[in-house]
Design a protein around this ligand. Structure first.
Ligand code: G
Ligand code: G
Ligand code: MN
Length: 404
């Protein structure tokens, strides 16, 4: 197998020396050159932090005496680990798949789990996914965004919305796009939002960032409209912005000044933050609703919103998190929760969007489930705004190839 330096460095975590030795031996035979081992959580975190080249793959036992594997996964995440993970354990398959789901909800990239004792064949099958997926999640090149850099970039208008199409499942026609923030030409090369949205939220820059993107997105909306392309634009909104009761009026103004209209806009708020103190955000959300802005719960399934919240919050769309959509989640408990959520949301009159549809299998699964719209690499990756009309023009041809 061919690996880049990044993919080539692997960390094996297990409290049994015998497992470390045999796994190391198998990995060496498979072509890995930088093999680190750790006998406990503390060693694992230390060697992860110090590793050069940085570790691109972790194989970790779930059950260790000091810190259990679940907590270790959380520590990997907190330490900013962005590579792939394979779990191995003597636990039953339900425990393993719950651990996998938990890790995915944290946005860790879990390739899967393998039962012990480790077999070379099952490991190399799983490693095929590691080679397929060479991109470190974000900023794996060690991009560090400071508040000063970001402040300057916002002032200079260097951030841009890219757009990912959303397709109506029944008619198989594009109905909208999601705007995703990009910083394409920073001094360090392209930077993705995972590296700068948290910085913006922490340093009070998020409103300026959001309004810059909304303004640019609304300008595209008008431009597409003039070219006969009719698409609603969904924008991601930080919960922080909803604490500002003036947000709806400002939004209205910015969108109008760009020559578009609020009824062309959808706002997405991530589910994991809907549990916070809701009085002010709820007022803001209701005002937006009165202005006919459509509101979506984003990343549904990663937070813990409950049925009462679904009833009481003025959302009209639910976006299923990609960890539930793209294969992987075959276990029956997730499947049951997924089916029930969709059913309840539909009964409440909400539109259901499946995110992260990567292949025809995913499409078929979410179609059977009753999702209304689909977004994902199977249809298109996010692209700059001036590529959208051309992509729309090519859609019917592409559709033939995708669906046969
Ligand atoms: O392509 P992707 O890497 O674009 O986006 C990663 C994450 O960043 C997603 O969770 C997405 O919701 C978030 N994100 C992307 N653009 C924006 C934005 O403009 N504002 C906020 N608040 N979040 C964004
Ligand atoms: O806002 P939200 O957290 O839903 O952001 C969507 C994220 O999902 C963005 O980072 C976007 O680039 C990413 N994305 C979109 N389609 C796919 C897909 O098919 N597969 C994967 N893995 N990610 C996707
Ligand atoms: Mn989103």
């Amino acid at each position: 197998m061919e690996f880049s330096d990044y993919q080539n460095a692997v960390l094996v975590v297990d409290d049994e020396q015998f497992i470390l030795d045999t796994t190391g031996f198998v990995l060496e035979r498979l072509g890995f050159q930088h093999i680190l081992t750790a006998a406990n959580a503390q060693q694992a975190l230390a060697s992860l932090a110090a590793a050069k080249p940085p570790v691109g793959l972790i194989l970790s036992d779930l059950n260790m005496p000091d810190v259990d594997g679940i907590e270790l996964l959380r520590r990997f995440d907190e330490q900013g680990y962005e590579g792939d993970i394979i779990l191995f354990s003597g636990e039953d398959s339900q425990t393993l798949s719950m651990a996998e789901n938990l890790a995915r909800a944290r946005r860790l990239s879990v390739l899967g789990s393998i039962a012990k004792p480790l077999q070379a064949e099952s490991l190399s099958a799983m490693l095929a996914k590691h080679t397929e997926n060479p991109r470190p999640r974000q900023g794996g090149g060690g991009q560090q965004v400071t508040a000063e850099m970001l402040d300057a970039a916002i002032a200079a208008g260097e951030l841009e919305p890219w757009f990912q199409p959303k397709i109506d499942v029944v008619g198989r026609e594009p109905v909208g796009v999601e705007a995703l923030a990009r910083w394409p030409n920073s001094a360090q090369g392209p930077i993705f939002p995972d590296a700068f949205i948290p910085v913006a939220e922490e340093h009070g820059l998020i409103d300026r960032l959001t309004f810059l993107l909304i303004e640019k997105a609304a300008l595209f909306e008008r431009q597409w409209q003039q070219q006969g392309v009719d698409l609603k634009i969904a924008v991601n909104i930080s919960m922080d912005s909803l604490h500002d009761l003036e947000f709806p009026n400002r939004l209205d103004q910015v969108v109008r000044d760009a020559g578009s209209d609020l009824s062309r806009m959808q706002l997405e708020v991530t589910e994991s933050r809907l549990m916070e103190n809701l009085v002010k955000p709820l007022e803001t959300l209701l005002r937006l609703r009165l202005k006919k802005v459509s509101l979506s719960i984003d990343d549904f399934g990663t937070g813990h919103s409950n049925l009462t919240q679904l009833r009481d919050l003025p959302f009209d769309e639910l976006k299923l998190d990609r960890s539930y959509v793209h294969s992987g989640t075959e276990d029956s408990r997730s499947q049951t929760i997924l089916e029930s959520s969709v059913e309840i949301a539909k009964k409440l009159g909400m539109t259901i969007v499946a995110e992260g549809v990567e292949d025809l299998d995913d499409w078929n699964r979410v179609e059977r489930l009753g999702c209304d719209q689909v977004q994902g690499y199977f249809i298109a990756r996010p692209m700059p705004g001036d590529e959208i009309p051309g992509w729309i023009a090519s859609w019917h041809g592409l559709r033939e190839r995708l669906f046969g």
